[in-house]
Design a protein around this ligand. Sequence first.
Ligand code: GDP
Ligand code: MG
Length: 151
Amino acid sequence: MTERSFVAIKPDGVERKLTGEIIKRIEQKGFKMVAMKFIKPSQELAEEHYGEHKEKPFYKGLVEFITSGPVVAMVWEGKDVIATIRKMVGVTDPLKSDPGTIRGDFGISIGRNIIHASDKLESAKKEISLWFSQDELVEYTPTLDKWIYEN
Ligand code: GDP
Ligand code: MG
């Protein structure tokens, strides 16, 4: 099976009506959506998702922020999808993100950087199983794939 990445549009991205724009970019790149849900994350889910940052000074605010409103949680599949979506997202600080990236085009503050995307295979696996159950991951073969992949 090809690689999968977990992507979430954070509450600021949803409030700012960037959901369609972000999905459009990933879809038009050629990646395949495998799952999507619109949820207000629980405290427990948020703490687990950002567990690696538990000791950081911004952790409490980050968890408060991510639980403050609805999030669009998604799984995307495709060749090199993890590294490629990270490039499309831009670096963590939107003021340092290149123009053309999601954070570079739409954000200013590090604590309001619009989107989360898995950074490596191991985190993608962990995040996908944290946010989605196995039966929410939809299996299908897009007919357009032969126009996106050479083989
Ligand atoms: P990401 O993988 O690019 O999202 O960045 P990290 O995994 O390093 O951090 C997770 C999230 O914590 C980031 O997307 C930011 O929203 C937030 N964050 C990271 N560093 C800082 C910081 O220095 N200050 C604040 N306020 N938030 C931060
Ligand atoms: Mg990260």
